[in-house]
Ligand binder design. Structure first.
Ligand SMILES: C[S@@+](CC[C@H](N)C(=O)[O-])C[C@H]1O[C@@H](n2cnc3c(N)ncnc32)[C@H](O)[C@@H]1O
Length: 240
């Protein structure tokens, strides 16, 4: 079972470095004004999209997995919030240019192939709009072994360092690019779930008895244990 299928089956609500706590901390430091038109790309099961909508944003949330979106739609209905969910690909966003005040992502761009989606974020943002993209990064130049394992588990074709990420956004046309609050992936793993339990999480019924799922979960934990100090993450903030 691949990593994204595992997340979808478990119905994980904050499948990004730092978890929900990091999202809340980010929004405190980088608030998004109520009424802003926000596009969340790769919304997964929609926990952040619902949070943004609850706080007054006009949210469009896109993901290419039907199973993730089904859980996101259910979550929004249960919470009674309005989010416009769309199935689509980050590499070819089904939106006109300049339509959003904010493009928001949490651990998606690496899965989507980096260069194509970053160009798309730029295209759909209005001039002066903000991009917030929380991504994993290599803390040093990644070893061939780490690159191999990141490809094998996550399907990543590359694992940029912080400097490389900054260049990727700048080359797509973004300005005032910075990396806010970088951290090590090994920090806080597990803690977040007990601090911010996700009451809207809806695991598939067969989850507990699916050996393939637990094998993938084990590979994930082994990866974090082995490379937790080589892998980091940060919030890349920039303007169009
Ligand atoms: C690691 S999960 C993060 C989900 C969510 N942002 C969160 O933090 O819980 C990556 C998400 O990106 C979505 N995704 C990956 N590649 C994509 C693409 N090319 N277009 C749209 N969504 C994509 C996956 O389906 C998945 O929901």
């Amino acid at each position: 079972m691949d990593y994204l299928e595992m997340l979808a089956k478990l119905g994980v609500g904050n499948a990004h470095p730092g978890g929900y706590g990091a999202t809340l901390e980010q929004l405190k430091h980088w608030p998004i004004a109520p009424g802003s038109r926000v596009l969340e790309v790769g919304c997964g099961t929609g926990r952040t999209a619902c949070h943004l909508a609850r706080n007054g944003c006009v949210v469009t949330a896109l993901d290419f997995r039907e199973d993730m979106l089904a859980k996101a739609v259910k979550r929004a209905a249960e919470e009674g919030v309005s989010v416009h969910f769309v199935q689509g690909d980050a590499r070819r966003l089904p939106f006109a240019a300049h339509g959003f005040d904010v493009v928001f992502l949490e651990s998606v761009t690496l899965f989507a192939g980096v260069y194509e989606p970053v160009k798309e974020y730029y295209r759909v943002l209005k001039s002066g709009g903000a991009l917030y993209d929380r991504e994993m990064m290599a803390l040093n130049l990644p070893s061939p072994e780490l690159l191999y394992e990141a490809k094998d588990l996550y399907g990543f074709d590359m694992l940029p360092t912080q400097q490389e990420w900054l260049r990727i956004f700048e080359q797509a046309g973004f300005r005032e690019v910075l990396c806010w609050n970088p951290g090590k992936l090994s920090q806080k793993v597990g803690e977040d779930e007990s601090l911010y339990p996700d009451f809207g999480q809806t695991p598939d019924q067969d989850t507990l008895i699916n050996p393939e799922l637990w094998q993938t979960a084990l590979r994930y934990h082994q990866m974090i244990e082995k490379y937790g100090d080589d892998l980091g993450y940060g919030l890349f903030v920039s303007k169009k």
